[in-house]
Design a protein around this ligand. Structure first.
Ligand SMILES: *[C@@H]1O[C@H](CO)[C@@H](O)[C@H](O)[C@H]1NC(C)=O
Ligand SMILES: [Cu+2]
Length: 131
């Protein structure tokens, strides 16, 4: 049986298994580099005055935002810049109501508000810039 350089300690039959585990490890690490998951508002979740939660954070396209909230009192609406600034809901805006929504960030600006009456005005809104 030949013992090639670099494979001295691995019987030929085990090489595919080793490569398989190596591939798993690499793909897990690349996933970690590619996208992160953030819980909006931290332990307090998606609620009033969450607007500053993004301060000092850096987001990337593909990162996932998790919005945790009581779905009887709040929701999440993906809006445009003008609607974000004016706390308006544009026609056809995408609405999330599960109480634990996972939303993947698109490259550029992403705007989210709660459109229950008065909530956006009370700081229940976030603007997220994804590189
Ligand atoms: C909130 O957004 C949804 C989805 O666009 C819309 O159907 C609903 O009328 C909005 N509610 C208010 C109070 O603007
Ligand atoms: Cu709300």
């Amino acid at each position: 049986m030949s013992q090639g350089r670099g494979s001295a300690s691995f019987p030929p039959g085990k090489a595919p298994l080793l490569l398989f585990y190596l591939a798993l490890l690499l793909s897990a690490q690349m996933d970690g580099v590619r996208s992160a998951t953030y819980v909006v508002g931290g332990p307090g979740g998606w609620t009033f005055n969450v607007v500053r939660w993004t301060d000092g954070k850096r987001f990337r396209a593909g990162d996932v935002l998790v919005f945790n909230y009581d779905s009887t009192n709040h929701n999440v609406v993906a809006v445009d810049r003008g609607s974000y600034n004016g706390c308006k809901t544009p026609a056809g805006a995408k609405l999330f109501t599960s109480g634990s929504d996972r939303i993947r960030l698109a490259k550029g600006q992403n705007y989210f508000i709660c459109n229950f009456s008065g909530h956006c005005e009370s700081g229940m809104k976030i603007a997220v810039s994804a590189a």
